[in-house]
Write a protein that binds this ligand. Sequence first.
Ligand code: SF4
Length: 334
Amino acid sequence: MTPLIQIQSLKKYFPVYGGLLSRVVAQVKAVESVSLTIRRGETVGLVGESGCGKTTLGRMSLRLIEPTAGQVLFNGQDILGMDRSNLARIRPKMQIIFQDPYSSLNPRFTVERLIGEAMLVHGHTNAAGARQKIEALMDQVGLSPRYLNRFPHEFSGGQRQRIGIARALALDPDYIVCDEPVSALDISIQAQIVNLLKELQAKRDLALLFISHDLAMVKYLAHRTAVMYLGRLVETAPTNKLNSEPAHPYTQALLAAKPSLDPRRREPRTVLEGDVPSPLTPPAGCYFHPRCPEVMDRCRSETPAATRLDEDHIVHCHLYTEATTVPQPRAHHE
Ligand code: SF4
C-alpha cells in the first residue's frame, strides 16, 4: 500500500546574511536530504537532540516551511508543486499540534471559537452543526462541553493541550504532526496526553509524526522510530527493533544515555562526548564522526549512504555499507 506521507530527499538551508550589503554569506543546513514515509494508521517517532532539525522537517512535511529542495507527497499528490487553491483543499487533512499549549491558543478566543473556527472557514458545517461537533470533540479529548465559553487562561496546561488536540481534529485530518506536544507539560500530565493521542490515533486511523527528544515516550507511542542527527536521518526502524538492536553508534549512545530504572543495568554506559557541531559548518563525511567511538578513516570524508539491514530497518553508517547482518557493536548499550 502506498504510504500516506512520502518525504523524499527533503532539504532546508536557511541563508545567513552579513556585510554592509546584507549578502548571503553562509547557509545553515537545517535538514539535509531526508527521506521518510508514514503509512495511514502509523505513528512514526522522530527523535534527536534539540536543534537537529526535527521541527523543521515536521513543518516542511505540512508545507508550513518551504523546503529548499525535495518532495513531499500526500496520498500520492506532490504538495510542494501545488498552487494555493489546491493546497487549501488538502490542508484540512494535514494538521499540527504545537509544543506550547500556552502560546498556541489565541487568548481572546473562547474554546468554541478556537475549535470551531476552522470548520466554518473551510465550510465543513454550519453554526449549529459546528456546535454539535465541537461538543463531541471536547468529549473525545476529555473536556467537559460545559467549558465551551471559557477562555484559554481559565484552563491548566494539560487542558489547553487537550483543546489544541481537539482543534487539530476538527477537520477530520488524516495526518498530524505532533511537535513535542507534551514537553511543556508537568510530568504527571504528560502520560495522560500521550495516552489520549495513542487512543485517538488508533480510533481514527491517523498517521502521526511524533517529534520528541524523549525516547521512552516514543518507545511507548511509535510503531517506527527515525533518529536524526544534525539535519540527517541516521537510522529508521520498527520501534522495538531500534530499542533492542540499535545499529547506528549515535542511536546506541542515545539509548545508553537514557536512565534505567533497573539498578542492575545502570552501568556502564556509552556517554556521548563533545557537543553537536554547528549546522553552519558541519564536519565533512559522516556528521557524527567527531563524536563517534567507532570512527574510521573513510568516515571523515565520505557521507554514508543508506543501508537496508532489514525490511524496515535502514541505517546510514559505514560500518554497515557492505553488511548483510547487523554486526555486534563495540560500544556497550543497555
Ligand atoms: Fe561512526 Fe563512521 Fe558510522 Fe559515522 S559512519 S557513525 S563515524 S562509524
